[in-house]
Design a protein around this ligand. Structure first.
Ligand code: DHK
Length: 165
């Protein structure tokens, strides 16, 4: 069952194989587990007006459903893992997001095999943070909070009740 988010929520979505972080190719993905990363994200949002939803799905359909469930969130962070490079269905779901979507990766896909250089979901995203291990999530949360709380980076704003994308 996907979690339904609202505008007081920052949704963090994780794709396939990220459930095995900590043991999965630690030389590439680091030794932190996904539970460690979730705990760090929860801590980062303490004292803010936002609550966290944090999900991991191995199946493409489940991740699409999670993206649909997150469409009303204040912001969405997504590490789509392998589906980053393949999933038009996930792109379509992320295009429905009302707030900014930030692409997150532990590794730097551009420093790896060429099939990882292309992100199919990039056009739904405000930007991408990659290559910093678990810190990528923290940096992405900083970016999300700056986008939803403060003045916007590129001038488009919350005036007239508009939410930044
Ligand atoms: C995670 C994966 O599982 C890969 O398929 C991506 C991404 C990169 C990451 O670095 O977090 O290519």
């Amino acid at each position: 069952m996907p979690i339904a988010s609202d505008e007081r929520t920052i949704a963090v979505l994780n794709g396939p194989n990220l459930n095995l972080l900590g043991t999965r190719q630690p030389e590439i993905y680091g030794s932190e587990t996904l539970a460690d990363i979730e705990a760090m994200c929860r801590k980062r949002l303490e004292g803010t007006e936002f609550s966290l939803t944090f999900e991991q799905h191995n199946g493409e359909g489940e991740l699409v459903a999670a993206a649909q469930g997150a469409r009303r969130a204040a912001a969405v962070l997504i590490n789509a893992a392998g589906y980053t490079h393949t999933s038009v269905a996930l792109l379509d779901a992320l295009l429905m997001a009302e707030g900014p979507v930030i692409e997150v990766h532990l590794s730097n896909p551009h420093a790896r095999e060429s099939f990882r250089h292309r992100s199919v979901i990039a056009s739904a995203c405000k930007g991408s943070i990659a290559g910093f291990g678990g810190l990528s999530y923290s940096l992405a949360l900083d970016a999300a909070l700056a986008l939803v709380d403060g003045p916007t980076i590129s001038g488009e704003g919350k005036e007239n009740g508009e939410r930044p994308r």
